[in-house]
Design a protein around this ligand. Structure first.
Ligand code: GTP
Ligand code: MG
Length: 224
């Protein structure tokens, strides 16, 4: 587990590159967590990576990342998970990191209508700045706050269907669906990669996408 605490963007990139150079894995996926400020992006990542949660709100400045290795069908998949600031003023910095991301968790807060209305805009940002074949999961967070719910689960599911995304409700606080969300994203990325080795157009061949250099040499495709 690595936490880049408040370094400059250059240092972060260097740390990420060093981390990618460590070959102790079969595949490496770069993932991004996006969505409005305060929906719980940092909380979801901390719950997943460290199994911790705090009710204090410390808004993310710019961007940060954590690393976690998961095992899927006897393959070590190293996840480099980028946690972006939701605040508008960091948009130029954060969108620069979309390129090369293989998967996104697009989050809203089920108790906050605005965060749900913003999902369409976030989806447009993904389309604009990322690789065409990036996989996206829509996550309605704070599912523990049922009494304060303003976004019905059906609305989340409907929007996800319209956008072609998978959908989960989750709670970073009560640890509901957190592992499942990340594992599902890994699985859909693996499925996409398997399609490419089975003769369909390769997502890895896309000009905006990650190159095969992003996986260790001699390990094409994914059987995870
Ligand atoms: P930015 O960094 O500003 O983009 O915000 P963020 O999306 O990273 O939000 P953050 O994870 O910092 O959480 C915002 C607030 O919501 C904090 O006070 C968290 O404790 C709270 N929170 C996060 N997830 C949950 C959850 O699942 N349930 C509840 N009840 N509160 C949550
Ligand atoms: Mg944050």
């Amino acid at each position: 587990m690595a936490l880049a605490s408040d370094p400059g963007a250059g240092q972060l990139q260097t740390q990420a590159q060093k981390d990618a150079a460590d070959q102790n894995f079969d595949y490496m996926f770069k993932l991004l967590i996006i969505g409005n400020s305060s929906v719980g992006k940092t909380s979801l990542l901390f719950r997943y990576a460290d199994d911790s949660f705090t009710s204090a709100f410390v808004s993310t400045v710019g961007i940060d990342f954590k690393v976690k290795t998961v095992y899927r069908n006897e393959k070590r998949v190293k996840l480099q998970i980028w946690d972006t600031a939701g605040q508008e003023r960091y948009r130029t910095i954060t969108t620069a990191y979309y390129r090369g991301a293989m998967g996104f968790l697009l989050m809203y807060d089920i108790t906050n209508q605005d965060s749900f209305y913003a999902v369409q805009d976030w989806a447009t940002q993904i389309k604009t700045y990322s690789w065409d074949n990036a996989q996206v999961i829509l996550v309605g967070n704070k599912a523990d706050l049922e009494d304060d719910r303003l976004v019905p689960a059906e609305d989340g599911q409907r929007l996800a269907d319209e956008l072609g995304f998978q959908f989960f409700e989750a709670s970073a606080k009560d640890n509901i669906n957190v592992k499942q969300v990340f594992e599902r994203l890994v699985d859909v990325i693996c499925e996409k990669m398997s399609e490419s080795v089975n003769g369909e157009p390769s997502p890895l061949a896309n000009h905006k996408g990650p190159s095969l250099q992003d996986t260790p040499p001699d390990k094409g495709g994914c059987s995870c």
